[in-house]
Design a protein around this ligand. Structure first.
Ligand code: MLT
Length: 260
């Protein structure tokens, strides 16, 4: 129900990347290629992604986090820097709460620590029902228009096609599962206050889904957190400006190694 994709093996503190909704680990391909250094880099395909949508348990971000822990244990990884974008960030925060010894550093990219407002949660349930009843992902097919920033959409329409291609390959049951899981997640701002390792918060300055105020809220909650604002990037900063995101995550991993 989860699968670990190894971009590279290496020495030092491994970096583990958790993807957004409704895509999969491929959204990290360009970050992995741009990462300086020689550490191991892995990405986890979360429950509901292609190949991981059979016999899904009750929807829960905690379940996703525990499956990530299982996947890492299966690969012999006892401690890692964990970075998640949007839904991946919700899972990273859950992992930091449920398996704190596993998380040496936290990268929170275009995400938020607060729970959904009731109307946002209700909208997720509506989307889940639509995906399930239609047996298609039509209800999320237009999402590149909100995931990508205005500058990217205008200057690089091919990126919208690339993201749209990933969305089109997601199992409808997985889309429904993830939306229900996200709708039920709690506020995890206090996890940041309690977290002992280094934290980097990254946000595209054109992110309209989890904008700068959400990033600032997390950075304020985590003692010593770094806040990196990516110019001319939207909610998928890791796809839109992989070099800047890669540099921020490598710097986070170096700090985690030093404080280990
Ligand atoms: C994502 O990018 O993972 C989604 O926008 C997350 C969400 O819907 O909250």
């Amino acid at each position: 129900m989860t699968s670990l994709h190894t971009y590279r093996t290496g020495d030092g503190m491994p970096l583990v990347l958790l993807h957004a909704f409704p895509v999969d680990h491929r959204m990290w391909d360009d970050v992995a290629a741009a990462l300086p250094g020689a550490r191991a880099v892995h990405a986890v395909d979360l429950p509901g992604t292609p190949g991981n949508a059979e016999q899904l348990p009750p929807p829960s971000i905690d379940t996703s986090a525990l499956r990530v822990a299982d996947a890492l244990a299966g690969a012999g990884i006892e401690r890692a820097v964990v970075a998640g974008l949007s839904m991946g960030g919700y899972v990273a925060l859950a992992l930091a709460e449920l398996r704190p010894a596993l998380v040496a550093g936290l990268g929170l990219v275009d995400t938020k620590s607060v729970a959904d407002a009731p109307e946002a949660a209700a909208n997720r349930l509506r989307i889940a029902d639509a995906a399930e009843s239609s047996g298609t992902v039509d209800v999320v097919r237009s999402m590149p228009g909100t995931l990508l920033g205005e500058t990217t959409r205008a200057a690089r329409p091919e990126l919208a096609d690339r993201v749209g291609g990933w969305i089109g390959e997601q199992p409808p049951a997985g889309v429904a599962w993830s939306q229900r899981a996200m709708a039920a997640r709690p506020d995890r701002t206090r996890v940041l206050a309690d977290f002992a390792g280094p934290v980097t918060v990254v946000v595209g300055d054109e992110d309209g889904l989890t904008p700068l105020e959400q990033a600032q809220h997390m950075a304020d909650a985590a003692p010593g957190a770094l806040l990196v604002v990516v110019p001319r990037a939207g909610h998928l900063s890791a796809v839109e400006d992989p070099g800047t995101v890669a540099d921020a995550l490598e710097e986070l991993a170096s700090r985690a190694e030093q404080s280990a």
